[in-house]
Ligand binder design. Structure first.
Ligand SMILES: NC(=O)c1ccc[n+]([C@@H]2O[C@H](COP(=O)([O-])OP(=O)(O)OC[C@H]3O[C@@H](n4cnc5c(N)ncnc54)[C@H](OP(=O)(O)O)[C@@H]3O)[C@@H](O)[C@H]2O)c1
Length: 190
């Protein structure tokens, strides 16, 4: 059965990136091999990816994907990737990139069908993951918490969720990271 999972690395104080979308703090964490091995296991169960435009554009820039498009398949295989944006963004040549906009509810059936029984990975950012919670379709949050604070930046999850909505189902150490898994339950207030 398809599950929808927001899986991301985060700082200890709840940021996904600096305000100008830098991730240097993440790559500076020493010995990330264990966290990467755990991520490989997760990705094998993923059927489709979802991300916002800032995340997609970061990938385009950082990995120079318009010049070296073959790198995309090395990261994500042939999985369909839904990019939420109100703008017209360039697709990575050869990759199955689907630009979408508007409410999650309107896109949900296509996203779930594209996953073909695999899981849907919400890559980020935090507000987009929140939109999936608002739509009642996010099942799980998986966090790799880095030993870093930034003080400000792009928020992990700008929503109010009490302990009635989140249940800790796993916690373990992976090198310098803590891997936390929460089940998301209940429904959002309209
Ligand atoms: N730490 C990690 O492992 C990790 C993981 C993921 C991401 N990141 C980083 O974190 C940052 C996240 O950036 P962000 O918080 O700005 O989030 P984002 O979700 O990547 O991008 C937000 C943008 O997506 C578009 N968007 C979102 N929802 C939409 C909707 N329903 N319809 C149409 N467009 C929609 C909007 O831009 P437009 O309409 O203008 O296109 C919005 O400004 C990035 O720098 C990314 O690289 C880090």
């Amino acid at each position: 059965m398809t599950r929808t999972i927001f899986h991301t690395a985060t700082t200890l104080d709840g940021y996904l990136a600096t305000t100008d979308d830098a991730l240097d703090w993440l790559f500076a964490v020493p010995g990330s091999d264990e966290a990467e091995a755990a991520f490989g296991g997760f990705l094998s169960g993923v059927g489709a990816l979802v991300m916002g435009s800032a995340t997609y554009e970061w990938l385009l820039r950082h990995e120079r994907l318009l010049d070296e498009p073959e790198k995309w398949a090395g990261f994500y295989g042939t999985r369909p990737t839904f990019v939420f944006s109100s703008r017209s963004l360039p697709p990575v040549p050869g990759a199955d990139i689907r630009l979408v906009s508007g409410g999650v509810q309107a896109q949900w059936e296509s996203i779930r069908d594209a996953a073909a029984g695999g899981d849907v990975w919400i890559v980020g950012g935090g507000d987009l993951a929140g939109q999936f919670i608002d739509a009642g379709v996010l099942d799980e949050i998986r966090l790799s918490v880095a030993p870093v604070t930034l003080g400000s930046g792009k928020p992990l999850l700008p929503r109010v969720l009490g302990a009635d909505r989140l249940t800790l189902v796993d916690a373990k150490r992976a090198g310098q990271f803590v891997e936390l898994v929460y089940a998301v339950g209940g429904t959002s207030e309209a």
